[in-house]
Design a protein around this ligand. Structure first.
Ligand SMILES: Nc1ncnc2c1ncn2[C@@H]1O[C@H](COP(=O)(O)OP(=O)(O)OP(=O)(O)O)[C@@H](O)[C@H]1O
Length: 251
């Protein structure tokens, strides 16, 4: 019975035709950076968006197919009081045999209240990260899996070059000195377009983001994203060209 359930979960996660675009690059990144080791307690930051839901699936898949004994702890930092917005994720985690931990915050009020905040995206990310790290410490969790993918890594690199004048990288795996935990990005080698295709085909219960800044036309990230999109019309491999040129610097 248990075996049948496991097989059905695995089948739903894997889908058909995603070996080359999803599972193989995830496997390569996990292997190269030793992302999953026996005894690990790995928190997955689950926003409910396509990237973190795919990351969650990737870890559940590894747990089911590899003989590695580790734990997965999905955590959702909730930005407002609307419970309905995460019930879908909670239910999905249950189907995977996992209990979603939900941490309520007043992030929405803080960021979109009466007082204007200067750097909302930076602040939001920092606060969320701070909460995640605190929860990890309290629960003896040694790794944090985030849903950043190949396009995020390329965009971050180019943004740093264009706007900051440095070549800082979003690394697939690194130790946060401040908090003493390892951050891993299992989707580091996966392209966003493939994640979109995967999530759609598998009908993952993705929750739309309520962040008003996400699609802001002025956002520097969006400008870089559009630039890459434009270049990709001339050369469809442009993402891989950039990525391969920085790959060694990601270690
Ligand atoms: N509310 C949250 N609770 C827990 N983890 C989060 C939350 N928001 C973001 N994260 C984690 O941080 C990562 C990067 O966050 P970001 O806001 O850039 O989301 P994203 O790249 O759009 O990903 P997603 O599609 O998963 O929302 C996410 O993939 C996820 O792992």
């Amino acid at each position: 019975m248990e075996k049948e359930k496991n097989n059905s979960i695995l089948k739903n996660i894997e889908g058909k035709g995603f070996g080359k675009t999803i599972w193989s690059p995830i496997g390569r990144a996990m292997h190269r950076y030793n992302m999953v080791e026996a005894g690990d307690r790995i928190a997955v930051g689950v926003s409910g968006g396509k990237d973190s839901m795919t990351t969650l699936n990737a870890l559940v898949r590894v747990k089911k197919i590899a003989q590695i004994d580790f734990e997965i702890i999905p955590i959702h930092i909730h930005s407002n009081t609307d419970k309905a917005s995460y019930e879908k994720i909670e239910k999905y985690c249950e189907e995977l045999g996992l209990k979603l931990q939900v941490e309520p915050t007043n992030l929405s009020d803080m960021l979109f209240g009466e007082k204007e905040v200067k750097n909302p995206c930076f602040l939001c990310g920092r606060i969320r990260r701070g909460i995640l790290y605190r929860m990890m410490k309290e629960q003896n969790i040694n790794k944090l899996a985030l849903g950043h993918h190949k396009d995020d890594i390329i965009e971050t690199f180019l943004m740093n070059v264009f706007y900051q004048g440095n070549m800082k990288m979003m690394k697939p795996s690194y130790i946060s000195e401040e908090y003493g935990v390892r951050v891993i990005r299992p989707l580091a080698y996966v392209e966003e377009a493939d994640i979109i295709r995967y999530v759609k085909k598998q009908e993952l219960p993705v929750v739309a983001s309520d962040c008003p800044y996400e699609t802001s036309e002025n956002s520097k990230r969006l400008r870089v994203k559009n630039l890459i999109r434009e270049l990709a019309q001339e050369n469809k491999d442009v993402r891989s060209v950039v990525f391969n040129s920085i790959k060694e610097m990601l270690d």
